[in-house]
Design a binder for this molecule. Structure first.
Ligand SMILES: Cc1ncc(COP(=O)(O)O)c(C=O)c1O
Length: 374
């Protein structure tokens, strides 16, 4: 057999949230509620839908290589310069491009102990060394410990803010102090995939810091609140020199025409954006109120998903919910064996999930004689 590079043996396949089609086939169910991949349950902008339809006639032609019109529009909206913007086939691709471009074998990359798994995978592929720093109680990055982990071998540090899978943010003042401590030879990657959902006054706006900290990269995406996950488009904001580096490494036609058109139109639709944020907040309130009424602890979330502690093995809860047609993410895969991560859905789906969870907990709490199991 032809052998892969040794790094490849160290990584596992990415395990996505179970697809709806697969569950329907497996269980013969008709009603499926997918609350596993933090997609937007409210769809996407009708302006984007229209733009996709219009762009369809251009499908035989390759797209523009650096999405210049979109870069210009986004840059204006975010008050950055258009040469500070790079697009990726999802922000996933930008993570890949950053490690591909900057990580040498043996370079250390610091990240939180429980965070988005693609950082670690991509670092390993390049022969880098992931340094995972234990989370604080409450699922928050321990920024002081992360700062202590930086040394002359460190090339990059990832801060996922808000963090996936815990949904938590790092508080403004702590983050500012951390940013100050990151040496200029270390790239600081702020992954803000859920930026639009964060409404805490404690959330730090990083774009105004971009020109001051030339080693900072900000990642955002059209996959979450904009609802364009299938089209695959995310972006990175960074010093123009780094954008040039990434442009040399990326595939020339990484952002297809439909994605460029849809992302551009989405930027014109604040109504869809704010309505998605509002509905998400409503769902967040329904879930957290009911968790509290049921005495279940959860991580305070600034995203469109929430991690809750059921007190029972996550795998079991996952299987139970799956049988009722609800797909969530079990926490044992992420270092929280009794927690589950649920994407905030449409209100009727949030309620259905809560009803199913309540039914599970009732079943667990009593055996046939009505005696508590644990
Ligand atoms: C924290 C974080 N970063 C990046 C991504 C990648 O998103 P995309 O590649 O769809 O832009 C995700 C997706 O779930 C995420 O949760």
């Amino acid at each position: 057999m032809v052998k892969p590079r040794p790094q490849i043996d160290q990584i596992a396949m990415y395990s996505p949230g179970k697809p709806v089609e697969e569950l329907k086939r497996e269980k013969g169910l008709t009603k499926i509620v997918k609350m596993a991949s933090n997609e937007n349950p409210f769809g996407y902008s009708p302006l984007a839908a229209e733009a996709i339809r219009t762009e369809m006639k251009e499908v035989p032609l390759y797209p523009e290589v650096t999405s210049p019109l979109l870069a210009e529009k986004l840059a204006n909206k975010l008050a950055v310069s258009s040469d500070q913007v790079v697009f990726g086939n999802g922000s996933d691709e930008i993570i890949r491009l950053l490690t591909r471009t900057y990580i040498n074998e043996g370079d250390e990359v610091v990240m939180a102990g429980v965070t988005f798994p693609r950082y670690k995978t991509n670092v390993i592929i390049e022969g880098g060394v992931p340094i995972e720093v234990e989370m604080e109680e409450g699922g928050v990055h321990d920024l002081e410990k992360m700062a202590e982990a930086l040394n002359e071998k460190t090339k990059m540090v990832f801060v996922c803010n808000p963090n996936n899978p815990t949904g938590t943010i790092v508080h403004k003042e702590r983050l500012k102090a951390f940013i100050e401590k990151v040496p200029s030879h270390v790239m600081l990657v702020m992954d803000e995939a859920y930026y639009e959902y964060a409404d805490s006054p404690q959330y730090l706006e990083t774009i105004p810091l971009l020109n001051q900290y030339k080693n900072m990269v900000i990642l955002r995406t059209f996959s979450k609140v904009y609802g364009l996950a299938a089209l695959r488009i995310g972006y990175g904001l960074m010093a123009a020199e780094m954008v040039n580096d990434l442009h040399k490494v990326k595939e020339p036609f990484n952002i297809n025409r439909l994605a460029q058109a849809a992302a551009s139109a989405s930027l014109d639709d604040d109504e869809f954006l704010y309505e998605s944020i509002r509905l998400n907040k409503e769902g967040r309130e329904l879930l957290t109120n009911q968790f509290e009424a049921m005495n279940l602890s959860y991580f305070p979330t600034q995203t469109n998903f929430i991690m809750v502690d059921t007190g029972y093995p996550a795998k079991e809860v996952y299987e139970y919910l799956l049988n009722l047609g609800v797909i969530i993410r079990p926490g044992h895969l992420m270092g929280y064996p009794t927690m589950i991560r649920v994407t905030i859905g449409e209100q009727k789906d949030n309620q259905y999930f809560m009803d199913c969870l309540e039914a599970y907990l009732k079943e667990q709490q009593k055996d046939e004689k009505g005696v508590l199991k644990r």
